[in-house]
Design a protein around this ligand. Structure first.
Ligand code: SF4
Ligand code: SF4
Length: 344
């Protein structure tokens, strides 16, 4: 249980975060010329090796802090609202707290996606002091297996530490689909998250190209039960996920490259984690013209895309600016240096 002081601090920070979020939402509606969300990768290396994952390695070095500062300042200059630090495992970056501080110094909301393995009480308190505003852990199963070790059994102690010490918002994401052996685990994980005072979301695991894997009947039932737990979650986009669960395409305009940016460890802008290589332009030279071009560029992968965070930010513009296919943009690095993910 958190102390009274921690609870009060948490409530004050939630109020502040929600007010800033509301202001950012109003700005998103008023102007289409800035990114709403960027994922930034300070380190590709991970301490785990989930078999469905195409976003990690076991050798790469952390991006030097001065380079991270340059990238964050550029995102700030582009007017980005929210920066999510992702990986690999970002907690392996020794200067992660400074990355968070720099995001906040630029007036952006700072979030973190982690597998949680490296969290201890002192580390959580450092994240508080750095100004982290929200954190997400994705838990794949109750007991570790050959697919994933992101398991409730291993991580429950970490969740208890978060419940006790974190000033920031915590969301626990569980998953169905993608070869996860026991889909009913998602419910156990979601209920535990709510019990500890966190929000809970459910995601549908995409295949290696970010595309749809239709759910079985059992998975669909669990998915709908999970939705009932999601009340109050700010990461909820049910209509989009509902169609995915039913194996139906979504009719939407993906604003990746404009409203959403994925910045890889090499500092290149990509559409998303599942479409790396496009546009493949260094963030350092990314301009408003790039944002405007990608805003109206149709993404052929959109109908069966499962990347829900991009769908979320694209909702702000669903009613405006129809898209069209555009000629390929010359990449600033050789095409063979880029990664187009096609399979896991
Ligand atoms: S913990 Fe996350 S980044 Fe690491 S291998 Fe698993 S899914 Fe990939
Ligand atoms: S539709 Fe957009 S978010 Fe989805 S895979 Fe394609 S580029 Fe990525």
């Amino acid at each position: 249980m958190p102390s009274v002081l921690t609870s009060l601090r948490r409530q004050a920070k939630a109020l502040h975060r929600n007010l800033r979020g509301a202001k950012m939402a109003a700005r998103a509606l008023a102007s289409t010329d800035h990114p709403l969300l960027a994922h930034i990768i300070p380190m590709r290396r991970c301490n785990l090796a989930c078999t469905y994952c195409n976003e990690f390695d076991d050798f790469s070095k952390p991006v030097p802090i001065e380079e991270m500062y340059r990238r964050i300042d550029k995102l700030g200059a582009l007017g980005t609202s929210v920066v999510t630090i992702s990986g690999g495992e970002p907690l392996m970056h020794s200067e992660l707290d400074d990355v968070i501080r720099r995001i906040r110094a630029n007036g952006m909301i700072a979030g973190l996606i982690t597998n949680g393995y490296l969290l201890v009480a002192e580390r959580i308190q450092r994240l508080n002091r750095a100004g982290l505003e929200w954190l997400q852990i994705s838990i794949d199963n109750v007991n570790p297996d050959e697919v994933s070790k992101k398991s409730l059994k291993v991580l429950d102690k970490k969740l208890q530490l978060l419940a006790e010490h974190a000033d920031f918002h915590v969301n626990i994401n569980s998953v169905v689909g993608g070869g996860i052996t026991h889909p009913q685990d998602a419910l156990v994980i979601g209920k535990r998250a709510v019990e500890l005072g966190f929000t809970s979301t459910v995601g549908i695991i995409h295949d290696g190209s970010g595309q749809l894997q239709p759910l079985t009947e059992e998975e669909r039932r669990i998915y709908h039960e999970m939705q009932a737990l999601e009340k109050g979650s700010f990461t909820r986009v049910n209509a989009f996920q509902d169609n995915i669960a039913q194996g139906l395409p979504n009719d939407w305009r993906c604003r990746a490259g404009a409203r959403y940016l994925y910045i890889c460890e090499n500092g290149l802008v990509h559409y998303c984690s599942q479409q790396r290589g496009y546009p493949g332009v260094p963030l350092a030279t990314y301009t408003r013209d790039d944002l405007r071009r990608e805003y109206v560029t149709e993404k052929s992968c959109a109908p069966h895309c499962t990347v829900s965070c991009v769908h979320q930010v694209s909702i702000f513009d669903s009613w405006r600016a129809p898209q069209h296919s555009a000629p390929p943009v010359p990449a600033a690095v050789p095409a063979d240096a880029l990664v187009q993910i096609t399979e896991r």
